[in-house]
Design a protein around this ligand. Structure first.
Ligand code: PLP
Length: 400
């Protein structure tokens, strides 16, 4: 196996995740190769159409990643240097980085340890006169309390960008993640339910925001390359009213995305099946808190993220429990089973801790989540026998 695959733990018998590709995906990517049109084109447009229909979003525009989708979202909303944007203290660092890249200030807010998502009360307590928006994250496939967040944001005149990187298949009240706020941003990295290798999507109900996102992702062009090369007067470049970026998804990825969308409902169903078996098999382990799905929420299970809590965790005992969790993960790795920490707390990373003088005691739940979260293998191909093997290994490892 290639060294990169070994690095990502793909050599383990049960990896943390595995994309599902069939003959349809192989077939799909041949079409742009054969047509010769491999940059953003008709397959990206079709992928966008399918994604919008699936999520119930009026508009969807593809990008190169969720990070670039988030960047386009905050640029489109006019984020300025000196502005403040509230982000959860437990999320992938990209959520905060896009704010930082605009010269604005990410203001971290603690989470609810039960759901790993932003705490709405705390969110409201960090709003200042400089706050312009909030980026709640639908972590691990569970919606943040997005209805309450949107209502609170509206009361304070703030915009809401949903970081739905992990939110494919996540719903609240039957409504899909990414359709509540001003803009939603999705990821198609291979650890997500559907993948295009790298890739992202911007959803919105605003025709104006969609137009601006499409323009900014394409260097600020007022006309797409496809329209120019297939229409009249293709020899002339269009108008460029904005200093844009090149965040265009390729048509190879667009074609792959279409094939993945065709099996999206099945892929999500398989993830829910896996979660259901884990729920049953892990119920006997009092030391492991399983993912919560509060009433009214539909879980997409991007990850099956648990909390290692053999005793009530606190900032006093967290490092001791952290060492035990890591030892457990190490034992599983030796048995060919990959696990991962859920995600990280950017407030603990060198850059943010140094720049903003952040201290763990201000974000206790995020710190506990960073040190004690434990994600188990999650992908459609996992069999009951695999799942029994994972849970048996967990039992053995804790007893050892
Ligand atoms: C919460 C969150 N936001 C943003 C991202 C960035 O997504 P991408 O890798 O597509 O840029 C990730 C990646 O997993 C994520 O988990």
């Amino acid at each position: 196996m290639a060294p990169a695959a070994a690095e990502h733990g793909l050599t383990l018998a049960i990896p943390i995740s595995k994309p599902y590709f069939g003959p349809e995906e192989r077939e799909a990517i041949l079409a742009p190769l054969e047509s010769g049109w491999v940059v953003q084109g008709p397959f990206v447009a079709e992928f966008e159409r399918q994604f919008a229909a699936f999520t119930g979003s009026p508009f969807a525009a593809a990008t190169t990643s969720c990070t670039t989708a988030l960047h386009l979202a905050v640029a489109c909303l006019g984020l300025q240097p000196g502005d403040e944007v509230i982000v959860p203290a437990f999320t992938w660092v990209a959520t905060a980085n896009v704010v930082e890249h605009m010269g604005a200030t990410p203001v971290f807010c603690d989470i609810d340890l039960r759901t790993f998502n932003i705490d709405v009360m705390q969110m409201q307590s960090v709003i200042t006169a400089r706050t312009v928006g909030v980026i709640p994250v639908h972590l691990f496939g569970l919606c943040a309390p997005i209805d309450a967040i949107v209502a609170a944001a509206a009361r304070h005149g703030l915009w809401v960008v949903e970081d739905a990187a992990c939110g494919f298949g996540a719903t609240l009240g039957g409504r899909h993640a990414g359709t509540f706020g001003d803009i939603g941003c999705f990821s198609f990295h291979p650890r997500k339910a559907i993948t295009t290798g790298e890739g992202g999507m911007v959803t919105t109900r605003s025709a104006e925001a969609d137009r601006l996102v499409r323009c900014l992702r394409d260097h600020g062009a007022s006309r797409t390359d496809l329209a120019r090369h297939t229409g009249h007067a293709g020899y002339l470049l269009p108008e460029y009213d904005h200093a844009g970026y090149n965040y265009r998804m390729t048509d190879l990825q667009g074609a792959l995305g279409c094939a993945q969308m065709n099996r999206a409902a099945w892929l999500l169903e398989q993830r829910r099946r896996v979660a259901c078996v884990y729920d049953q098999l892990l119920a006997r382990f009092e030391w492991l808190e399983r993912p919560a799905t509060p009433a009214g929420y539909g879980h997409g299970y991007q990850s099956y993220a648990c909390l290692f809590s053999p005793e009530r965790p606190s900032l006093e005992n967290v490092e001791r429990l952290h060492a035990r969790r890591n030892q457990l993960m190490d034992r599983l790795e030796h048995r060919g089973i990959a696990t991962r920490q859920g995600t990280h707390a950017p407030v603990l990373t060198g850059y943010y801790a140094r720049k903003y003088g952040l201290r763990p005691e201000h974000f206790p739940s995020a710190i506990l989540a960073d040190r004690l979260s434990l994600s188990l293998p999650m992908y459609a191909q996992l069999t009951d026998s695999d799942l029994h093997q994972v849970c048996e290994a967990l039992g053995d490892a804790i007893d050892a």
